[in-house]
Design a protein around this ligand. Structure first.
Ligand code: HEM
Length: 461
């Protein structure tokens, strides 16, 4: 006797292709409309893949936190990542993932990342020395360079300033190609010698050479610098006594280099954008920062005294979560929300969709940092907010990222006000990460207090 499994409701889609066209046309619009029309669990197909979109925070918690052993990362993601980040933390599963996480986690221990704070502030300060009053900047590009330099220095003790442009361009191409591969399950296309594939291969070569350079240099020096790269190269697994192969070190380094700067740069760009749109919130934040820091360079110890800063960043990541969606493949049949989800199905959970759900967020499209004031935050339902994921695969760099975003914002905002150049139409572009498109143009104005101090200095000289 065959059992007929009732499927959740969902959009119809075309034979063979399913909803690929709608998904590629407008990923966020498609997933949001699914939620509004069909509710907590939505079924659709992308080619031969069976997708179950989960729109209820309790289901997210089931998958990520309560029963992670029933799921793995999707083959589509692994395939897309094969020749870029390979089998690093982000894309490995099972025992390999557990082992790699054991080896990488200590580099993100809070004592250890505290030592990275000065680099974060000093590199931001360096960037500001290059800036002039009234200058116009391409914000995301600047933030990418800054966070890239910081991750290279803190985790690999290398300076990539002179290569930031070429690596940045290569990563953008790589990310576009990966997003395309994840949602377009046509493997044949990837092998063809098309211009896009060639561009992608060249981009990967640039990133590859950079990472190999980090590793070769370190191996040649045979020095334990106490940073992440030394830890990866020297780590011996306590359970099996083995060390990582060269390929594993490279995959891990590549994963951390890419995951460790792209997301934070997007979070920063969206935060400045939102502050530009809301001058009253910008003023309140700038006042908190200037009165607390008093013209010095910010330090880690200042962060607990800047609660509004943390609220602003959290709210910015609610509205524009840099990782806007995540997926898992069911390793067995799953009972969820009154349905049986068959083994092999993909469970898709979108931070963006859940972070904008009016059932959990009053006026979800409004920028309102007070939502994250301590007294309000405790009422947010679990996993209605999950910018860093959750459970055993929660972002390994979440504290690093929060600290970095806070220190960079405090350093910049103390000295400059950033205003949106008028006439821009910025939209979120949901690739692997949620990028602003086109890049945000902002003009810099030196804070009045600083201008006055400089004038006084000139006069007394
Ligand atoms: C605002 C910044 C960031 C955001 C929003 C973010 C978001 C996320 C999310 C949502 C996940 C979980 C993905 C999933 O479960 O499918 C994740 C995993 C991960 N993130 Fe982040 N991330 C950020 C910054 C960083 C930084 C700074 C690093 C490293 C320096 C990093 C490294 C990683 C790694 C290695 C994983 C995989 C962890 C595992 O599976 O064990 N991320 N991140």
């Amino acid at each position: 006797m065959t059992t007929i499994t009732k499927r959740p409701p969902g959009p119809k889609g075309l034979p063979f292709l399913g909803s690929i066209r709608q998904m590629l046309q407008d990923r966020i619009g498609f997933l949001t409309a699914n939620r509004d029309q069909f509710g907590d669990i939505v079924y659709f197909q992308l080619g031969s893949r069976h997708i179950y979109q989960l729109n209820n925070p309790e289901y997210v918690q089931y998958v990520l936190v309560k029963h992670p052993e029933q799921f793995q990362k999707t083959p589509a993601l692994k395939r897309a990542a094969q020749d870029s980040i390979g089998q690093g933390l982000l894309t490995s599963d099972g025992e390999l993932h557990k082992r790699q996480r054991r080896l990488v986690q200590p580099a993100f221990h809070h004592k250890r990342i505290a030592a990275y704070a000065d680099t974060m502030v000093n590199y931001t300060d360096d960037m500001l020395h290059e800036c002039r009053d009234s200058q116009q900047i391409s914000l995301l590009n600047e933030m990418m360079h800054l966070t890239m330099r910081i991750v290279a220095k803190t985790l690999f003790d290398t300076d990539v300033t002179d290569k930031a442009d070429s690596i940045g361009a290569a990563i953008s191409i790589g990310i576009e190609a990966t997003a395309d591969r994840v949602s377009r399950p046509m493997q044949l296309m990837e092998k063809l010698p098309t211009a896009t594939n060639r561009k992608r291969r060249n981009a990967l070569k640039v990133i590859d050479e950079t990472i190999n350079h980090f590793i070769d240099e370190r191996k040649a020096s045979d020095e334990d610098k106490g940073d992440l790269l030394s830890m990866l190269l020297m780590a011996v697994d306590e359970q099996d006594g083995g060390q990582m192969t060269n390929k594993q070190v490279k995959d891990e380094a590549m994963t951390l280099f890419v995951a460790g700067h792209e997301t934070t740069a997007n979070a920063l760009a969206w935060t400045f954008y939102l502050l530009g749109k809301h001058p009253e919130i910008e003023r309140k934040l700038a006042e908190e920062i200037t009165t607390t820091i008093q013209g010095r360079l910010p330090a880690l110890a200042d962060l607990p005294k800047l609660p509004y800063l943390e609220m602003v960043i959290k709210e910015s990541m609610r509205m524009y979560p840099p990782a806007w969606t995540t997926s898992r493949e069911a390793q067995e049949d799953i009972e969820l929300g009154g349905y049986t989800i068959p083994k092999g199905s993909t469970l898709m959970m979108s931070m963006y969709v859940i972070h904008h759900d009016a059932r959990y967020w009053e006026q979800p499209d409004e920028f309102h940092p007070e939502r994250f004031a301590a007294a309000n935050e405790e009422h947010i339902p679990k996993y209605a907010y999950f910018p860093f994921g959750g459970g055993p695969r929660v972002c390994v760099g979440n504290q690093f990222a929060m600290m970095e975003a806070q220190l960079i914002l405090a350093t910049i905002l103390q000295r400059y006000q950033l205003s949106l150049v008028p006439g821009q139409d910025i939209k979120p572009n949901p690739l692997v990460t949620l990028r602003p498109q086109p890049d945000i143009q902002m003009s810099l104005t030196k804070r009045e207090s600083l201008k006055q101090a400089e004038t006084a200095l000139t006069l007394s000289a």
